[in-house]
Design a protein around this ligand. Structure first.
Ligand code: PAF
Length: 284
């Protein structure tokens, strides 16, 4: 596996592979990789000739009060996992490599979409995500890029950005990967102590109950959401940021949970903010 730290190197390898007629798959990550990321790499491996993974904790998607400094990092572990899953090149740039000293160019969706759900408490988050993903697309120029459903709002925003900016890249959404007890895999799970780890199960319990209600024919979003909220609020260590039902494409709130509706939540367990969701009728 090639470790590339500069944009120039990535471009050279991609140019060579293109010349050989290979297709390129990109998996953007912030490192501290787990089975959720591995599933994205596996999917890319099965669909593309060459697989590029970026491993970069992107500062522009963190507000000053967030966990940029403490965000977990372990590049050695990441490389091991990536090698095992057949990644061809890991792009591991420094902040200086990715951003010019006074960079002030951003890619941003300017309507309500990035202000919904996670955007309410993380106002600059999706501007940072769109900017870095757009830069990665320009650097790697992949045929396909792979993102997890756990960050469902991010996935919807990137799909829209790609369409509106005419990137010509196919965006592949991949299902949430869970621990055996249901907790969605996340690099941030590492912040949880033993007691919080148990408490964190309320997220997946609420997701499974919500999904079950919808499958049984309950479509009134308030009914579904209030049962889900009740499961979460019964846990003393949990504090709801939001539990909402929105259109899966526009992220606008809906009153009925029909196919394609995203039912998403962000919940603080102690100081750790975790997210989880389901999409009625499954991910398309
Ligand atoms: O989902 C993530 O890990 C990040 O938001 C992404 C897409 C790699 C951009 O930094």
């Amino acid at each position: 596996m090639i470790i590339a730290k500069t944009i120039k190197e990535v471009r050279e390898y991609v140019k060579k592979w293109r010349g050989e007629g290979q297709s390129i798959g990109l998996v953007p990550t912030m490192g501290y990789l787990h089975d959720g990321h591995a599933s994205l790499v596996d999917k890319a491996r099965s669909e593309c000739g060459k697989v590029v993974v970026s491993d970069f904790v992107n500062p522009t998607q963190f507000s000053p009060n967030e966990d940029l400094q403490s965000y977990p990092r372990d590049f050695e572990h990441d490389c091991k996992l990536l090698e095992e899953h057949g990644c061809d090149l890991v792009f591991y740039p420094s902040v200086e490599e990715m951003y010019e000293p006074n960079a002030a160019t951003y890619v941003e969706i300017l309507d309500e979409m990035p202000k919904q759900l996670c955007g309410k408490t993380r106002p600059i988050h999706f501007r940072g995500v769109c900017t870095v993903v757009s830069k990665l697309f320009n650097i790697v120029q992949p045929d396909k890029a792979f993102f997890g459903q756990k960050d469902a709002q991010q996935l919807a925003i990137i799909r829209r950005m790609v369409k509106e900016m005419s990137y010509g890249i196919e965006i592949i959404g991949c299902p949430i990967v869970r621990e055996s007890d249901g907790l969605a895999k996340s690099s941030r799970n590492t912040y949880l102590n033993a007691e919080e780890r148990k408490a964190a199960l309320v997220l997946s319990k609420a997701v499974f109950r919500g999904e079950e209600l919808v499958k049984s024919g309950v479509i009134d979003s308030e009914k579904v959401l209030s049962e889900m909220r009740a499961i979460i609020t019964a846990e003393p260590l949990a504090k709801i940021d939001y539990v909402s039902a929105v259109d899966g494409v526009t992220m606008q709130p809906v009153t009925e949970i029909t196919n394609g509706v995203l039912v998403a939540m962000a919940v603080y367990i102690g100081k750790t903010r975790l997210i989880d969701n389901f999409i009625a009728g499954g991910l398309k």
